[in-house]
Design a protein around this ligand. Sequence first.
Ligand code: HEC
Ligand code: HEC
Ligand code: HEC
Ligand code: HEC
Ligand code: HEC
Length: 218
Amino acid sequence: MPQIFPRHTNELVRLLLLGGAMLGVALLLGTVGAGLSAWGSGVGVNRAQPAPFSHQHHVGGLGLDCRYCHDGVSESAFAGLPPTETCMTCHSQLWTDAPMLAPVRESLRRHEPLRWQRVHDLPDHVYFDHSAHVHAGVGCESCHGRVDRMPLTHQVQALRMGWCLDCHRDPAPRLRPPAAVFAMGWEADADRRALGEALIAERGIALERLTDCSVCHR
Ligand code: HEC
Ligand code: HEC
Ligand code: HEC
Ligand code: HEC
Ligand code: HEC
């Protein structure tokens, strides 16, 4: 058979085929790896909760503000979870017989708090503070995603150190004006970096300090 292509082309084809196969394996490993790390970090996992609380209904549907239930978020390190009484301001009148709400009524009757399972939980060697982020103009959505679309709450970020540091190195394009911090689906109508830089100057945020180990490990 006459040789149509010069000999070294076969080498090239073999290399390409080999490369393709290696890429396939790499992609497969990558997918499995990503799946494992998502599993390991709790991303996308719903916890079994004492009552099936839906942010989609209460935030997306009814339009309740985060602070109605997470009232520590602007003043303290912890956002806090609502006591049963907060639920009962509405549910003593609404859906009073719903079986789904039986655990909430029980909790009130017995004076025992609902034991919500944690969705996010950083290791003990990491320090985090909600109020610092709220005051700096970091939206809840930047870290928790579209909570208003979650029928059951799940984690959207793996909360790895590299992810925290990415923003700490250059927060400007991720900051929002104070009025938009609690909003879901907000988009800047002006240049976001310029807006962020103005906020950093206005609030005197010391950027050099934000990557010090001692900020998060105290
Ligand atoms: C009507 C009360 C209510 C409102 C309003 C509300 N939440 Fe929640 N939130 C809860 C309850 C109850 C839980 C615990 C159950 C769960 O994880 O779904 C919770 C859990 C969470 C969690 C997971 C906490 C963990 O364990 O790590 C996040 C994040 C969260 N809320 C963010 C928000 C944000 C952001 C808003 C505003 C856009 C908001 N919530 C508004 C009641 C509320
Ligand atoms: C401001 C009033 C209000 C508060 C506060 C409130 N709810 Fe509701 N909740 C409603 C209304 C209205 C519905 C019906 C929503 C619908 O059908 O769209 C509802 C529905 C529910 C349901 C039925 C399933 C669903 O989501 O439709 C559950 C369970 C529930 N709420 C749990 C809670 C818990 C737990 C709390 C406290 C953390 C709470 N609610 C606080 C008004 C409230
Ligand atoms: C910079 C990222 C970031 C932002 C912004 C942020 N959170 Fe969180 N949130 C976290 C982390 C990390 C945790 C887990 C903390 C831990 O395990 O100690 C958490 C935990 C929570 C919890 C569980 C209770 C607690 O305090 O540990 C709630 C509720 C919550 N966040 C609500 C909110 C709301 C509402 C907003 C917006 C006002 C918000 N978060 C903004 C990162 C963030
Ligand atoms: C989207 C941006 C963003 C992300 C993501 C983020 N941060 Fe921050 N963080 C900031 C900004 C901006 C400040 C500066 C606040 C100030 O100095 O007023 C800050 C400040 C802090 C502080 C200092 C609070 C104080 O006492 O001054 C701690 C602690 C912190 N972040 C921890 C974390 C951890 C841990 C994570 C990851 C789980 C994280 N942050 C993720 C933007 C972010
Ligand atoms: C903005 C917050 C932040 C800063 C700044 C930061 N870390 Fe971390 N660090 C984290 C978080 C969140 C974790 C836990 C998640 C993880 O392991 O990725 C962590 C975990 C670690 C761990 C444990 C890793 C493991 O595998 O368990 C070490 C060690 C560490 N950090 C060292 C450092 C050192 C050294 C510095 C300074 C150069 C530093 N960190 C700065 C947020 C931070």
